[in-house]
Design a protein around this ligand. Structure first.
Ligand SMILES: C[S@@+](CC[C@H](N)C(=O)[O-])C[C@H]1O[C@@H](n2cnc3c(N)ncnc32)[C@H](O)[C@@H]1O
Length: 232
């Protein structure tokens, strides 16, 4: 069952499919998100947007944006403040509740969708920008998530990815080296049809969700080819 919440939002109910064919399967998948519910309930999450997203998205004309794994919405809300029409997807109900409250306080609209990212099916070729910030998955789920993100992009649209570098293992991010990124690993996981404009190691000191300590990340900025325009 798709679960849509709206914070000052237009209704898009029924457009997205959160869980494929089986409502039961979708609900089972969502039970895995209690870890994040607990995390957001007990610890505050940063409200500043990712600085690289700010740098890169500031050069775009606002259109439709999709934030996959949006958490409490720091990037989604910043984008909405810049004039983007934002759909924020997350499996954690607590994250969505906090995103709704933050959006209300900021006076912006978000479309909030509760779904498992591995089952969520956005409308194809709809978004000028897709954000995958700090989502760490093992292969092949990583590739599956980026394939979903790429499908959602309009021709010429951009995909922004950021996540912990393998160098962060044991310091920041998930305690599983297979979930962490290297530039090579991220480049290889992106769908071949995307044009990789930047894939690089970056250092960050704020807004990383781990208490403001410096850490190392991998950033990707890729675009869907314009030549797809007009293809089915
Ligand atoms: C580290 S937080 C990042 C939040 C936000 N993107 C940011 O950078 O502030 C990871 C988020 O991804 C969500 N998430 C991770 N795996 C997911 C999945 N399979 N389906 C839905 N949400 C997922 C979690 O609920 C959590 O809110």
């Amino acid at each position: 069952m798709s679960i849509h919440e709206h914070s000052h939002a237009k209704s898009h109910s029924g457009e997205h499919q959160a869980d494929g064919d089986s409502p039961q399967a979708g609900q089972a998948a969502l039970t895995h998100h209690s870890h994040w519910d607990e995390r957001y309930t007990n610890h505050s999450w940063p409200s500043e947007p990712d600085p690289w997203l700010v740098e890169l998205a500031s050069g775009l004309v606002p259109g439709k944006a999709l934030d996959l794994g949006a958490g409490p919405g720091r990037n989604a809300i910043w984008l909405a403040q810049q004039g983007w029409e934002v759909t924020a997807v997350d499996g954690s109900q607590v994250a969505l509740d906090q995103a709704a409250a933050r959006a209300r306080a900021a006076g912006v609209e978000l479309e909030l969708v509760r779904a498992d990212l591995l089952e969520f099916q956005p409308i194809s070729a709809t978004y000028e920008l897709v954000v995958v910030a700090n989502i760490h998955m093992r292969s092949p789920n990583r590739e599956k998530l980026f394939a979903t993100a790429a499908r959602a992009l309009k021709p010429g649209g951009h995909l922004f990815v950021v996540g912990h570098h393998l160098e962060d293992f044991g310091r920041h991010g998930p305690p599983d080296p297979d979930m962490l990124y290297t530039p090579q690993r991220l480049a290889a996981a992106l769908p071949k049809e995307l044009v990789q404009e930047r894939v690089e190691r970056v250092e960050r000191s704020i807004g990383d969700g781990v208490g403001g300590h410096p850490d190392v990340a991998v950033l990707a900025w890729a675009s869907a080819p314009r030549s797809q325009e007009g293809t089915p």
